[in-house]
Design a protein around this ligand. Sequence first.
Ligand code: ADE
Length: 255
Amino acid sequence: MSGDPRGGNGAAGNASATWRATVLTLYPEMFPGPLAGALAGRALENRIWSLEFLDIRDHAHDKHGSVDDQPFGGGPGMVMRPDVLAAAIDAAVAGGSAAPVIYLTPRGVPLSQSRVREIAAGEGATFICGRFEGVDERVLESRGIEEMSIGDYVLSGGEIAALAVIDACVRVLPEVVGAAESLDEESFENGLLEYPHYTRPRSFEGKDVPAVLLSGDHERIRSWRRAEAEKTTRERRADLWAGMHLRSANTRAKP
Ligand code: ADE
């Protein structure tokens, strides 16, 4: 089974400017899921991006539709067969494309906002959603597949991870978020977590909005926000904070 959420055959709307997500999954009914709503859903309707989802089981060779088998060497769980997955990948990327093919797995390289921006700047990506214990290593090698993790925890499959990665890419596509500076100021864009936000009412359950934000002094507000972002990053994310210092030391060292 394959599907296009706009009712086409998977090719509709793929003009050259359209960022294209292709998903290989055993659970195509999980797509577009939450991507049909809000910002991403509107952009999908407006053909700023397109989504195609393909059922890996359609590439099984036997009448039972087997996609997995026991691991050589023993051990728990089942492993996705390389021949079935390779056939599904080759069908998805037929015609050739420079777009990355990404396998979602907790063993992968952790996703960063800079990788999100790189993927979004390209023509799209193909996402492989695993189930079971994993997929046969040989297909990952032979098809040059990028292994990606969305965090140090284990989901029951790659589908929710693929939805998260696609959402992160779509929201940074040109034309999707109106105010470009609202992206520049958010978490990770400058190596820091974002500063805290406040709105009306000025006093809520005995807590007042910080006075500096009511001062109208843009320079003071900017430096207060920067200090708050640095404090939160230092307290919550020692890894990001250390990276910030390395980057600024490197910049200073340049002639
Ligand atoms: N599949 C299962 N867990 C995952 C994770 N943390 N990241 C990406 N894909 C996954």
